[in-house]
Design a protein around this ligand. Structure first.
Ligand SMILES: Cc1cc2nc3c(=O)[nH]c(=O)nc-3n(C[C@H](O)[C@H](O)[C@H](O)COP(=O)(O)OP(=O)(O)OC[C@H]3O[C@@H](n4cnc5c(N)ncnc54)[C@H](O)[C@@H]3O)c2cc1C
Length: 375
């Protein structure tokens, strides 16, 4: 069997891409080294309002809305921010991935779990289970993408590492607590996201000279409230260089973290994974229909570079805050009205995540194929 498209990686980007391409009538295979899409999960799964407003995510797999954010300095001075409406919802990611896999099955996508891709060439993939022939390859294989390397595309250079524990809720309050503390989380934040049903306790930072597991243990012990035992451990790499420039060629393209579709400032990648994937599915469908390589020019990271400029500068500023003393100074500045307004903008504005791309064009590229009868 020769597929039209082999999608490598069944995270949010790969699942969404396979579903859209299958819905467009292409023969699609979705390959992942994991045995189940539901485990292990790497992400906290905090979705921003813009994402759940623009994409049809199942409501029951998103936790209760959160509109309160509290920022803390290393000495635990606090700034409380409150949005007018719910701005964040924590996805029940294992369930959400299973839901998307079911949508893929309805779009006739073939699912190949426990299949590690070893390399790819002009014929398609070479995997731990043998060859998979495909006209086009999509790399949705995460921050350190093998497919990007195999296709000769750009690769992420600036990465954070993040780890977290899912723990029982600390209270019924729905709050995102963010700790700006370069000793706990150099270059990023430590977080406690509590939606009243579950809580996530995590740290992320630049790896050099920093031990994330030790930092997470230290973070747990500094908190003034008791934290229950971990129900689940998560973690992974987070690219923060912004979307890469060269992300497509005649053999394939990359999406999601593999394309650097993550905000360099907030390190959120779920919105970018869905948004860039919608464009990718549109471009792939036209390319395979018409065989015209010019179509691939639409899918260039250079289109988004200007939109990432300010976020990349803010990332540099955060990285420069390397000592607790500097963090205290930065925190004092955050209390001034203009910087407080900037913080509110970063956390609560619709424009704060990934640039809008031609989602509507992607949705209307071809009529969806009739769903398969469910088994
Ligand atoms: C600790 C942590 C917390 C985060 N929290 C948030 C958050 O709250 N909100 C937010 O917006 N973003 C968050 N992010 C970022 C977000 O999780 C990612 O941007 C997003 O999940 C990327 O999805 P993806 O589909 O591109 O990649 P992934 O979810 O990484 O999926 C890649 C898939 O490829 C598979 N794969 C890799 N290599 C191969 C191979 N050779 N062969 C076969 N399969 C392969 C993997 O098994 C995996 O299933 C967080 C990241 C981390 C690490």
């Amino acid at each position: 069997m020769r597929y039209d498209v082999a999608v490598v990686g069944a995270g949010l980007a790969g699942l969404q891409c396979a579903q859209l391409l299958g819905g467009n009538g292409l023969r699609v295979v979705l390959v992942d080294r994991k045995a189940s899409v539901a485990a292990p999960v790497q992400t906290t799964g905090i979705f921003v309002r813009k994402t759940w407003e623009d994409f049809p995510l199942p409501d029951e797999q998103l936790g209760p809305g959160i509109r309160d954010v509290v920022l803390y300095s290393p000495s635990r001075r606090a700034i409380a921010l409150r949005a007018k409406q719910d701005e964040f919802r924590i996805g029940r990611m294992g369930w959400l991935y299973l839901y998307l896999l079911e949508q893929c099955a309805r779009a006739h996508v073939e699912w190949m779990p426990e299949t590690r891709v070893i390399r790819c060439d002009a014929r398609g993939l070479f995997t731990s289970r043998g060859r998979v022939d495909a006209r086009f390859v999509v790399g949705a294989d995460g921050a350190r993408s093998l497919i990007a390397q195999q296709l000769g595309l750009d690769r992420n250079r600036e990465l954070l590492v993040g780890i977290e524990e899912v723990v029982p809720p600390i209270s019924r309050e729905r709050v995102l607590h963010c700790f700006l503390d370069p000793e706990l989380a150099p270059g990023y934040i430590a977080w406690l996201a509590n939606d009243g049903e579950e809580a996530h306790l995590g740290v992320a930072g630049y790896r050099i000279g920093w031990d994330p597991a030790k930092a997470l243990r230290a973070f747990r012990h500094t908190l003034p409230f008791p934290i229950g035992r971990a129900i689940e451990h998560r973690g992974g790499w987070i690219p923060v260089n912004g979307v890469l420039r060269n992300i497509a060629n005649a053999r394939g393209l990359v999406i999601g973290d593999a394309a650097g579709a993550v905000s360099p400032l907030t390190a959120g990648g779920l919105d970018g994974a869905l948004r860039l994937t919608a464009l990718a599915a549109d471009v792939i469908t036209s390319y395979l229909d018409r065989g015209d390589a010019d179509v691939l020019r639409e899918y260039s990271g250079a289109r988004f570079h200007a939109r990432f400029m300010a976020r990349r500068w803010m990332r540099r500023a955060i990285r420069a805050v390397a000592t607790p003393r500097l963090a205290e100074v930065a925190f004092t500045m955050l209390r001034t009205p203009p910087l407080r307004a900037l913080a509110e903008h970063v956390f609560f504005s619709r424009g704060g995540s990934f640039p809008d791309v031609s989602v509507s064009a992607a949705r209307s590229s071809r009529p969806a194929a009739a769903p398969a009868p469910s088994a």
